[in-house]
Write a protein that binds this ligand. Structure first.
Ligand SMILES: Cc1cc2nc3c(=O)[nH]c(=O)nc-3n(C[C@H](O)[C@H](O)[C@H](O)COP(=O)(O)O)c2cc1C
Length: 313
């Protein structure tokens, strides 16, 4: 099956991005995915420029294939991060948590593709107007920060509204999911949760085990009352946090500062320390389908074999 020209231009073998995941997607994971023929994406989260450069250098040591960096636009180091990305000549920038309008021209001048993650048709159209190369339409099944629409409802509506390519994300972890996304009009997919447990993923083994053990109903949405909903695996941290949020939300003057303090750093604690007491084990609803620790290459090959067999039938 021939890939969309967008992927051919990037030199990919599979129309599959590994989603940029703050802390969880480091240079080693991104490089493994790119080396295997997908597009690996480093999650730069709240990193400084130099922390981002460190991960880019790690990726470059492992592969000379193109890879991407996800830029969290709320990061106070965003300018430095973008400078580093341009200096290092990264192929793709995906963006989250904001509007990349002011950076598109600079990135394009450096021949970097700009691909924002969008949760709605309105935002997708706005992104097309500012000249981005494609969008990632992400449904609320996904791990991490989420919008309000499901992948199945969001993707075809975004596809119909835009002329630029649409990549589907949220709830995809096997060839059936990829085939479904293609049927909805997406040119390919982005997966996050599926890659958390691959051999090259550096997250703490407790975190990997939690994803491997998770069933379909084992995620919760935290932060909804704070206005930044995030999907995480059920654990003590998630349950306590939701209890606190609910209690604060009915008060005349909710103590948002304390909640923010508890939430901050929770993903880092999960990834580096595997701490279920204070760590947010972000993962999507599809975690129930993720039951093995294969290599990135095995995952990509397996998924694409299943996709093509379903579509060519
Ligand atoms: C642990 C984790 C961290 C994430 N961090 C980010 C992030 O920093 N920026 C971003 O745009 N998306 C982030 N995401 C979303 C992923 O890039 C991807 O779009 C999402 O995981 C796709 O849905 P899936 O988990 O159902 O595959 C994160 C997801 C997970 C699971």
């Amino acid at each position: 099956m021939e890939l969309h020209p967008f992927y051919q231009e990037l030199g990919l073998m599979y129309p599959i991005f590994q989603g940029g995941m703050a802390w969880a997607a480091d240079g080693k994971l991104a490089a493994a995915v790119s080396k295997a023929g997908g597009l690996g994406i480093i999650g730069s989260g709240h990193f400084t420029g130099e922390q981002t450069r460190e991960q880019i250098k790690i990726a470059k040591k492992i592969t000379n294939k193109p890879f991407g960096v996800n830029v969290m636009l709320l990061n106070r180091h965003v300018e430095d991060v973008l400078d580093v990305i341009i200096e290092e000549g990264v192929a793709v920038v995906t963006t989250g948590a904001g509007n990349p309008a002011q950076y598109v021209e600079r990135l394009h001048k450096a021949h970097i593709k700009v691909i924002p993650v969008v949760p709605s048709v309105g935002l997708a159209k706005m992104m097309e107007r500012i000249g981005v190369d494609a969008v990632i339409a992400e449904g609320l099944e996904s791990g991490g920060h989420i919008g309000k629409l499901t992948t199945l409802a969001l993707v075809p509506q975004v596809v119909d509204a835009l002329k630029i390519p649409v990549i589907a994300a949220g709830g995809i972890a096997d060839g059936r999911g990829v085939a479904a996304a293609l049927m909805l009009g997406a040119i390919g997919v982005q997966m996050g949760t599926r890659f958390l447990t691959v051999k090259e993923s550096g997250i703490h083994q407790n975190y990997k085990n939690a994803v491997l053990k998770a069933k379909d109903v084992d995620t919760l949405v935290t932060g909804a009352y704070l206005g930044h909903a995030a999907r995480v695996l059920k654990n003590r941290m998630a349950k306590n946090f939701i209890k606190l949020e609910k209690a604060e939300s009915v008060k005349a003057q909710p103590d948002m500062e304390t909640l923010e303090k508890i939430g901050n750093g929770a993903l880092r604690r999960a990834v580096l320390e595997g701490d279920p007491e204070h760590g947010s084990f972000m993962a999507g609803e599809i975690a129930g389908l993720v039951n093995d620790e294969l290599t990135a290459s095995e995952v990509l090959e397996q998924i694409w074999t299943q996709t093509t067999s379903l579509i060519v039938q």
